[in-house]
Write a protein that binds this ligand. Structure first.
Ligand code: HEC
Length: 238
């Protein structure tokens, strides 16, 4: 049987994965903290603050506050890992945290990362330092041709691509592509007036049109907890 290119590529990927597993010690269950951090930012950070992961969600408890006191009293990381693993599988029934957001070894990796860093001062180092970090610029994004594009961070962190934007007065279309795993939108706030784009999931683009006179406006994501978590910036029209 002849195999298509994509089948061959898939087989090669499986072979590479098997080889990587063997190289990693075949079956030893050492958690992967880098993967755990990336998954945490992607799936958990929109609801939880965890300083070392750079997340600032406010829907669930601040995990530095949740684990910090026990860590300072000398409680071991194994305990935090167990609590986190259990919380992922068994959150409050009818609560806001969905069960099994991550499963299997992904859940082990996330729990190990949370246990390793929650309530610990300082910053992540080495390979962990760059993992999952949102690239947020303070360079203003300028509108051109009546369009302004302010994308959501693709990592799942609560951030837009920049905290600042500029446009000329007049009609303006604002677009915000969402490649992250969670829902987002973009909205403009002008005093009491809120002009909102639709909330969109992964792969969608939220958009709005507004006729703006010179002044300063806020752009935000209106999904609950996202603006408070850092999804906001300033649009200057002049
Ligand atoms: C949609 C929001 C949401 C997401 C996403 C979420 N959580 Fe939660 N989390 C909550 C809420 C709300 C609570 C409060 C208790 C409950 O509802 O079970 C909580 C509680 C917790 C606790 C217990 C904290 C304490 O004070 O004891 C831990 C640990 C935790 N979450 C870890 C995670 C991890 C790890 C992820 C990602 C795999 C995650 N959460 C994703 C909302 C969320």
């Amino acid at each position: 049987m002849r195999r298509s290119g994509s089948q061959r590529a898939a087989l090669a990927a499986v072979a590479a994965a098997v080889f990587a597993a063997a190289a990693a010690g075949c079956g030893t269950d050492e958690p992967d903290l880098v993967a755990g951090k990336e998954l945490f930012v992607e799936r958990c950070g929109s609801c939880h603050t965890l300083a070392r992961a750079g997340t600032s969600g406010v829907v669930g408890p601040d995990l530095d506050e949740a684990f910090g006191p026990a860590r300072r009293q000398g409680l071991g990381e194994g305990t935090f890992e167990g609590v986190t693993r259990d919380q992922i599988a068994n959150p409050l029934r009818n609560g806001q945290m969905p069960a099994d957001i991550v499963t299997g070894s992904d859940a082990d990796d996330v729990a190990a990362y949370v246990a390793a860093v929650a309530g610990k001062p300082g910053e992540d180092e080495g390979r962990l330092a760059a993992a999952g970090v949102a690239e947020v610029s303070n360079e203003p994004i300028a509108a051109s041709g009546g369009q302004l594009e302010i994308d959501a961070s693709p990592t799942g962190a609560l951030a837009f691509a920049s905290t600042r934007a500029t446009a000329s007065p007049g009609p303006l279309e604002i677009l915000s592509a969402n490649e992250s795993p969670i829902d987002h939108n973009i909205a403009i706030r002008d005093g009491d007036r809120l002009i909102e784009g639709d909330v969109v999931g992964t792969g969608g683009t939220s958009s709005l049109t507004a006729d703006l006179s010179p002044g300063t406006y806020e752009f935000v994501c209106t999904v609950p907890g996202h603006e408070e978590g850092g999804m906001k910036g300033e649009l200057t029209v002049r």
